[in-house]
Design a protein around this ligand. Structure first.
Ligand code: CUA
Length: 327
């Protein structure tokens, strides 16, 4: 009975592995739907071929003692070794070629363009602002549902891979070049994007949140994100804004509308509105932010961010209140 329970647990684990915010097998975009279909065609096809091969192996074992027939074995070699594989691979090639145009087609004129820069180990997103300019945010991308979006991909250092498994295929970000990826999200939801190319110590900690929302909500979000930060009214947060500048945070991070205009690290203008911190490594909560500010290396080895463990408890609390209040 224990082994039945074990098998059931395994089956549940395998099935739930196909769900969730980061799965190419629970597609929420047109490209991802095609890729999932190709995966199932290949998995089922390979399973059937496996059964046939095992069946033939069993048959061969049974006929071994019989006298050797040259004509029959030639038929098996030509049939099983040449004709069947050629046919199967041709079918697979046709399938792949048929879905390829949908995966690489450019976005129609007038579509949303988002510029993405891969940096060890986080993501810089540059959006067009409603007034015609552009603005920057980090580690979170939001998209309107049912519309194509074109990502213009670049790298600031080494090769990274831009991949939102639930929405579509992946494309490498290559230093000195611009690559492109068009996605077409079909379902509202929150998904997870990852770096799909090994890029150093914290490659596994280079993720981002993807929020697909109705058009009106997206427009409101875009308008709000394009604005400068609002000066904090709450005394503790106001004190935190002074700690932020005094401690030199503004040398690396920008908070639009303040003296902080660094461009080495992520833009923090609307940091409080983001789902996660440290590029998808931790949920955006006061406790996690405290950990990140005081000991970033323990969360993300070799990150450029230095640990500010010398800040007093009062300064740290004010700084956290300020950053979480940047909504
Ligand atoms: Cu960037 Cu892996």
């Amino acid at each position: 009975r224990r082994s039945i329970a074990r098998w059931a647990l395994l089956a549940v684990t395998v099935c739930t592995g196909c769900q969730g915010p980061q799965s190419a097998l629970s597609p929420a975009g047109e490209g991802a739907e095609q890729i999932a279909a190709l995966f199932w065609a290949m998995a089922i096809g390979a399973g059937m071929i496996w059964l046939v091969v095992i069946g033939l192996a069993a048959y061969a074992l049974r006929i071994v003692p019989q006298p050797h027939d040259k004509r029959s074995s030639r038929r098996w070699v030509i049939g099983g070794g040449v004709i069947v594989p050629t046919l199967l691979l041709s079918i697979l090639l046709m399938f792949g070629l048929a879905i390829l145009p949908a995966l690489v087609r450019p976005a129609p004129e007038g579509s949303l363009h988002v510029e993405v820069v891969g940096v060890r180990w986080w993501w810089r997103f540059i959006y067009p602002s409603p007034d015609g300019g552009s603005f920057e945010l980090a580690n979170e991308v939001r998209l309107p549902v049912g519309e194509p979006v074109q990502f213009d991909l670049r790298s600031a250092d080494v090769i990274h891979g831009f991949w939102i498994p639930s929405l579509g295929g992946k494309v490498d970000m290559i230093p000195g070049r611009q690559t492109r990826l068009t996605l077409w999200p079909t379902a509202v939801g929150t998904y997870r994007g990852v770096c799909a190319e090994y890029c150093g110590a914290s490659h596994a900690k280079m993720a981002f949140d993807v929020v697909v929302m109705p058009r009106e909500e997206f427009d409101a979000w875009l308008r709000q994100q394009a604005q400068d930060a609002i000066d904090p009214s709450e005394p503790d947060a106001r004190r935190g804004s002074e700690v932020f500048l005094k401690s030199g945070c503004g040398g690396c991070h920008a908070v639009r509308g303040t003296a902080a205009d660094g461009s080495i690290g992520p833009d923090l203008t609307h940091f409080g509105s983001r789902h996660s911190l440290a590029a998808g490594s931790l949920e955006n909560s006061p406790d996690n932010l405290r950990r990140w500010i005081t000991e970033p290396q323990s969360i993300k080895p070799m990150a450029v961010m230095p640990g500010y463990h010398t800040l007093s408890d009062a300064d740290l609390a004010s700084l956290i209140a300020y950053l979480q209040g940047l909504e």
